[in-house]
Design a protein around this ligand. Structure first.
Ligand code: ADP
Length: 669
């Protein structure tokens, strides 16, 4: 029986993998492409936006500078200012400067004379007479208006105003990645400053006015930048956009919120950014970790009057919204991947089941065919490869059935031929055995014949002498002689002996057949006419059933007469109480010979005797010789015929079949 190997990788799994693999690859590529697009396009665009945001921030910064510059310029250009500076009257200067300082929120508004000595400080009226070491004042006194960013030391700030120095003070926080901390407190102050000369009517510089705004702890500007550039957009409660002003590497104004929830003033720039922006005076535009989160950042140096980097301006955009967007896109892609995978598994499972069902059916049918079933036909599915396979299978089983039917037919034909041949062989065998038996019988009869002939020959002569002398003796004895009876007994016994000798000689049959035209019916009638001398026919009814078509046949008339005589004599002897003797003849057709039957209604032959009756000397009669039937058998066989017997307790029937002409005569020597 065919064995089934364990299925390690069924076709259904192959189809599922085949369907899902490209799907997975496609989704994986989509995911990669999506991530690349987010990174390459959106992130880069975000970074690029921050670059432009920095430009906007610079504009805002510059606007504030310009506002101070215009204010100082306008004030210096007024005739009232020239008069006030010319007189040096503090009250007049106060009338000019205090409203201006308060109205325009200037932290410093100071008037100096042509030598640079302070005439009046609107923000600190109590101090005057000192000579501030300020390049801006020097430039203004040289006749040029100047606006920009400058850094005042703590001392300078204190000189301007103790309150200003206090406001400027910032505790510096130790920040990882920043350069080593020089001091834990920043006392310097970064200011936006503008200075302009004040001229008299003849155009001589009689003094200068400078105004400034302190940037330390002043978040007004960074909040304005945030508001203008980022419009206050928030992500999960956190400002997306931030702006910072650095003094050196320290945040002095910012809206970046530290982890404590306050503005991260006092935190510091990483050393890497510091080196690039403040030392190399170049922009830094890249992703950076700011205070406690990642930002897309842009830094640029804020330059002083001499072109030195005094600090930097920063804008940054929180990276979280973009990473969140990236996560969302990833989630969507994975969700799409999951859904399409589930759909793919479902569809491929269905397709796999549809495809594998006919294949499994085919496998089962093939097993059944292997086990000997025939005429199995598979339902032919669609016109695809599986359908072709099913059709090929159906053709194969049909061809197999046809070939088996042909083989069976041939087999049956062969069997019939074998049976025929066997029957022929049996028939031949039977004929051979019959012939062998005949031969054996013939040989036996021949031997017996030789012996019988010898005995008969030896007895015949003395018997003839005895008979002759007995006849003489009988003739010589008078009829009433007392020994006459004994002599008559001798005569009868010698006649009987002569008859036995005659039978023995007939049995030996040393003479050949004298074939002539023989009238069978005539011979039978003769025998019936003469047999009365031997047996009494008084109580025997004789019936003749002669075939009129039976003409003369060829044979030895004397010998056939002897055969018929023996049969008729036996028949009459079998009916001692009387009965019917029937003689029948039949012509068996032109060229087919004839049959002669002698039937009686006598005692019949016992079954155990039937085989022996043709054996010489077998007799059941007291006075029988047992030679009649064996002699008859030999004569019929010499004629090429056959002798058959059927018997029952109701009677016996002998049938002699004679051929039309004996083909060959066998003479027993
Ligand atoms: P015989 O007549 O001298 O006995 P046969 O050879 O003629 O010798 O017959 C042999 C035996 O066959 C007979 O003894 C008899 O038993 C039996 N037989 C022959 N013909 C008949 C017959 N018509 N009816 C009954 N028995 C017969």
């Amino acid at each position: 029986m065919p064995t089934r190997l364990p299925r390690r990788f069924p076709i259904r799994a192959k189809i599922t993998i085949g369907a899902l693999a490209p799907l997975f690859v496609a989704c994986f590529l989509c995911s990669l492409t999506g991530l690349y697009l987010i990174k390459a396009k959106i992130v880069n665009q975000a970074q690029e936006k921050v670059r432009t945001d920095l430009n906007s921030a610079r504009e805002v910064y510059q606007n504030d500078l310009d506002r101070i510059g215009e204010l100082v310029d306008l004030t210096c250009g007024s005739p009232f200012a020239a008069t006030a500076f010319a007189t040096g009257d503090r009250q007049v200067l106060a009338q000019l400067l205090i409203p201006l300082q308060q109205k325009k929120h200037l932290d410093i508004l100071t008037a100096v004379d042509a030598q640079g000595r302070v005439l009046y400080r609107a923000h600190n009226a109590t101090s005057a007479g000192d000579r501030p070491d300020c390049d801006f004042v020097k430039r203004a006194l040289s006749g040029r208006s100047v606006t920009g960013t400058s850094v005042l030391t703590g001392q300078q700030l204190a000189t301007e105003s103790p309150d200003l120095a206090r406001r400027a003070a910032i505790s510096v926080v130790s920040t990882p990645h920043a350069k080593p901390l020089a001091s834990t407190e920043e006392r310097s102050g970064m200011i936006m400053v503008s200075a302009a000369p004040v001229r008299n009517a003849s155009g001589e510089v009689i003094g200068a006015l400078y105004g400034a705004t302190l940037l330390n702890n002043n978040n007004h500007l960074v909040d304005k930048i945030k508001q203008i550039v980022y419009e206050g957009v928030k992500f999960h409660g956190t400002d997306v956009g931030t702006a910072t002003i650095f003094l050196g590497d320290t945040r002095i104004a910012t809206n970046v919120i530290a982890s404590n929830g306050y503005r991260a003033i006092g935190t510091r720039l990483s050393e890497q950014v510091y080196n690039r922006v403040l030392l190399e005076k170049k922009k830094w535009i890249a992703r950076a970790f700011v205070v406690n989160d990642w930002y897309f950042t842009a830094y640029e140096p804020i330059l002083g009057l001499q072109g030195e980097a005094v600090g930097s301006l920063y804008v940054g955009m929180l990276e979280k919204p973009y990473t969140q967007m990236q996560k969302n896109v990833n989630s969507i892609l994975y969700l799409v991947l999951l859904v399409t995978s589930l759909l793919g598994i479902a569809f491929s499972s269905i397709i796999g089941a549809l495809l594998s069902r006919p294949i499994r059916e085919l496998e089962s049918l093939a097993h059944r065919v292997a086990l000997g079933e025939r005429d199995l036909q598979m339902e032919e599915p669609a016109a695809d490869e599986v359908g072709d396979l099913a059709r090929a299978f159906n053709q194969m089983t049909k061809a197999l059935s046809r070939q088996e039917a042909e083989i069976n037919l041939l087999h049956r034909g062969l069997e019939l031929k074998v049976q025929e041949r066997t029957a022929e062989l049996s028939e031949k065998n039977r004929q051979l055995l019959e012939t062998q038996a005949d031969l054996a019988r013939a040989e036996k009869l021949a031997d017996l014949g030789i012996m019988a002939a010898g005995v008969a020959h030896e007895i015949n002569t003395p018997l003839a002498i005895i008979r002759g002398n007995t006849e003489v003796l009988e003739m010589c004895l008078p009829p009433d002689h007392g020994n006459r009876e004994e002599v008559e007994i001798i005569t009868r016994q010698t006649e009987r002996m002569a008859k036995i000798v005659g039978n023995l000689l007939a049995f030996a049959r040393q003479k050949s057949l004298d074939r002539k035209q023989v009238e069978v019916h005539g011979i039978l009638d003769d025998i019936l006419a003469q047999i009365g001398h031997q047996v009494s026919l008084e109580r025997v009814k004789v019936e003749r059933d002669y075939d009129p078509d039976l003409g003369a046949i060829k044979g030895d008339a004397d010998q056939l007469r002897q055969v018929f005589s023996n049969l008729i004599l036996n028949a009459t002897q079998a009916m001692p109480q009387g009965g019917t003797l029937t003689l029948s003849t039949r012509s068996l057709g032109p060229g087919a010979g004839c049959s002669i039957e002698v039937a009686d209604t006598g005692t019949g032959i016992a079954p155990e005797h039937l085989e022996k009756i043709f054996t010489p000397f077998f007799t059941t009669k007291d006075s029988g010789t047992g030679l009649g039937l064996s002699v008859s058998y030999g004569i019929v066989k010499d004629h090429g015929g056959d002798i058959q017997v059927t018997s029952s307790p109701l009677g016996t029937r002998f049938r002699i079949i004679l051929p039309p002409e004996k083909p060959q005569s066998v003479i027993l020597e």
